[in-house]
Ligand binder design. Structure first.
Ligand code: S3P
Length: 446
C-alpha cells in the first residue's frame, strides 16, 4: 500500500468480510524463542517467528551479545537458526525500539549471564517504567543505573546473583519472565508467586529447552513457580503459533461488520491469553474454535468468527491479565454493542505503548462514542449499529490503537482516519494484506 507506512490511513465502511487469514507469529513467544535459543548451547531453530520490528530488535540485540541469529528462506517459510552459548558485553547500547517485552526480558537474561549492557529505546519505551524489573534484579544482587527507573539503563556485570523469593506486585509476565531469566543464572532457587496468573510462555518454553520448572496452583488460583539456578538449556526446534492478540483485530472486524464470516488459522489458544475471546462470547459473538491441536507445548486452533448482534458486559478485573493487550480493540467492539461495557482493574493500560485508556477515550470521542473512566476503569456506551465514525484518531505511535480504530472504520457509518500506521509493523507487519484479503477497504488518506 503506497504511502501506507508513513501517512494518514483511512478505513471505510466495508461489506461482509469473508475468507481465511493466518495470524502472524505470537510476539511474546517469538521474543522468548530467540532469547532462550541464544542462552542454550548449540543450534536451535524457530519457524513461524513474528518478523515484526519488535522481534527483529531482539534478534539484533542478541547478535550484539554474541549469539548467531540467521534467517533462512525455505519453500515452507522462513526458518530462523540461532546459535547460542557464551554472551559478551555489547560495545554499544542495545536499542530495543518500541519493545517493552524485548527490553525487559533481555534485562533479566543479561543479568543472569553476568555481562554488562546498556539499554535504550524509542520515545514511547523511554517513558515506560523499568524500575519494576530493576527492583527485583537488585534484590538478586544486580547493580544498575538509570534516571527514575527509565531508559537509558545501564546494567553492570553481576559476579554473583542469588535466587530470590518474589511476589509479583502486578500481574506482569514481563516482570515474571525477567526474574526467571535472571534466576536461571543465579545461585540457588528462584521462587515467584503470582496472585493472579499471567501468560506462562517463559515457563513452558524453559521446559521445551530442557529446564526443570515447577508450577503449583493453590485453591485461590495463585501460582508459585520454582526454578533452580545454574541449569543448562538444550537447543531445540520451536514452531511458533499465531498471535491471539493480533488475531483479535481480524476476529473483531468479522464480529462487527455485517455479513462477515472469517476463519483465522493457527492461533495460540493458551487459556492465559484467552480473556478477549471469552468476553466476546459473553457479549453474544458467534465465534468458535476448530481444529484444536498442540504445537511446541502450546494449545493452538483455528477461530471462526461471524457477524453478531452484541450486548454490553462487565469485564471483571480478574480477567485483565489474560487480555491486557486487547482492551483497545474490545473498546471498539463495545461501541457496536447494545448497552454499556464496563472494564475493571485496567490500570496497567496507563503504562503501555501509550496511556491506552486516554488514547481509546479520545479515539472513541472523535467518532461519536461516549465513554467514562477512572484511574483503573473504563466504560464505553455502546451505540449498536449506529456508530457515527468520521473521526480522525491520534495513534500516539501505538500499534494497537492504530489497528483498533482502523477496524472501527470498517463498521462505522463513516470512514475513520488514523494519523500514522508505521507502528503496526511492530506486531502485525502484514495487517493491511490480511485485512484486504478479507475484503476490508483501507487506503491512504489523500
Ligand atoms: C507481555 C506481557 C504483557 C503484554 C505485552 C507482552 C509478555 O506486558 O502487555 O504485550 O510477552 O510478557 P506486562 O508484563 O507489562 O503485563
Amino acid at each position: 500500500m503506497g504511502g501506507a507506512a508513513d501517512a494518514g490511513i483511512r478505513a471505510h465502511p466495508s461489506s461482509g468480510l469473508s475468507g481465511e487469514a493466518l495470524a502472524p507469529g505470537d510476539k511474546s513467544i517469538s521474543h522468548r524463542a530467540l532469547m532462550l535459543a541464544a542462552l542454550a548451547r548449540g543450534e536451535s531453530e524457530a519457524r513461524g517467528l513474528l518478523e515484526g520490528d519488535d522481534v527483529l530488535r531482539t534478534a539484533a540485540a542478541l547478535r550484539a551479545l554474541g549469539a548467531s541469529v540467521e534467517r533462512d528462506r525455505t519453500e515452507s517459510g522462513n526458518v530462523w537458526r540461532i546459535g547460542g552459548g557464551e554472551w559478551r558485553a555489547p560495545r554499544r547500547p542495545l536499542y530495543m525500539g518500541n519493545s517493552g517485552t524485548g527490553c525487559r526480558l533481555l534485562m533479566g537474561a543479561v543479568a543472569g549471564r553476568g555481562v554488562a549492557a546498556a539499554f535504550d529505546g524509542d520515545g514511547s519505551l523511554r517513558s515506560r517504567p523499568m524500575g519494576r524489573i530493576l527492583e527485583p534484579l537488585a534484590k538478586m544482587g544486580l547493580a544498575s543505573a538509570s534516571e527514575n527507573g527509565r531508559l537509558p539503563v545501564r546494567i553492570e556485570a553481576a559476579r554473583r546473583l542469588a535466587g530470590i523469593a518474589y511476589v509479583l506486585p502486578t500481574p506482569s509476565a514481563q516482570i515474571k519472565s525477567a526474574v526467571l531469566l535472571a534466576g536461571l543464572g543465579a545461585e540457588g532457587e528462584t521462587v515467584i508467586r503470582e496472585p493472579v496468573p499471567c501468560r506462562d510462555h517463559t515457563e513452558r518454553m524453559l521446559e521445551a529447552f530442557g529446564a526443570d520448572v515447577k508450577t503449583e496452583t493453590d485453591a485461590t488460583g495463585a501460582r508459585t513457580i520454582r526454578l533452580i539456578g545454574g541449569q543448562k538449556l538444550r537447543a531445540t526446534a520451536i514452531a511458533i503459533p499465531g498471535d491471539p492478540s493480533s488475531a483479535a483485530f481480524l476476529v473483531a472486524a468479522a464480529v462487527i461488520v455485517p455479513g462477515s464470516d472469517v476463519l483465522v488459522r493457527g492461533v495460540l489458544l493458551n487459556p492465559l491469553r484467552a480473556g478477549f475471546y471469552e468476553t466476546l462470547r459473553e457479549m453474544g459473538a458467534d465465534i468458535s474454535f476448530e481444529n484444536r491441536r498442540s504445537q511446541s507445548g502450546e494449545p493452538v486452533g483455528d477461530i471462526r468468527a461471524r457477524f453478531s448482534a452484541l450486548k454490553g458486559v462487565e469485564v471483571p478485573a480478574a480477567r485483565a491479565a489474560s487480555m491486557i493487550d486487547e482492551y483497545p480493540i474490545l473498546s471498539v467492539v463495545a461501541a457496536f454493542a447494545e448497552g454499556e461495557t464496563y472494564m475493571a482493574g485496567v490500570e496497567e493500560l496507563r503504562v503501555k505503548e501509550s496511556d491506552r485508556i486516554a488514547a481509546v477515550e479520545a479515539g472513541l470521542a472523535a467518532n461519536g462514542v461516549k465513554t467514562e473512566s477512572g484511574r483503573d476503569w473504563l466504560r464505553v456506551f455502546g451505540r449498536a449499529r449506529e456508530v457515527p465514525g468520521g473521526g480522525h484518531v491520534a495513534t500516539l505511535c501505538d500499534h494497537r490503537i492504530a489497528m483498533s480504530f482502523l477496524v472501527m472504520g470498517l463498521a462505522a457509518r463513516n470512514a475513520v482516519e488514523i494519523d500514522e500506521a508505521s507502528m503496526i509493523a511492530t506486531s502485525f507487519p502484514n495487517f493491511f494484506d490480511a485485512m484486504k484479503g478479507l475484503g476490508a477497504v483501507i487506503e491512504a488518506a489523500g
